[in-house]
Write a new protein. Structure first.
Length: 79
């Protein structure tokens, strides 16, 4: 039996989902920071409007990635 498969049998599904949300959600935050910064530059935003745009973009990407990861991992280990 594979070590990864054994891990899924020993750890509660909710713990796996939370770990997945945190790790993939963090990746989404980083992606949102990078792409949001680029998009803000392309739109010519500066100052407060740039900061607001970045905050919204970072939050959107972080939430979407975390939600997807949570649903995927909970479904995977729950089935």
């Amino acid at each position: 039996m594979d070590t990864n498969t054994e891990l899924y049998h020993d750890v509660p599904c909710s713990s796996i989902a939370v770990e997945s949300i945190i790790s993939v959600g963090t990746g989404g935050l980083i992606w949102g920071l990078c792409s949001g910064s680029y998009d803000a530059k392309q739109k010519g935003l500066t100052g407060v409007s740039r900061a607001s745009f970045l905050a919204k973009t970072v939050g959107k990407y972080g939430f979407q990635c975390g939600l997807f990861a949570g649903i995927f991992s909970f479904t995977r280990c729950g089935i």
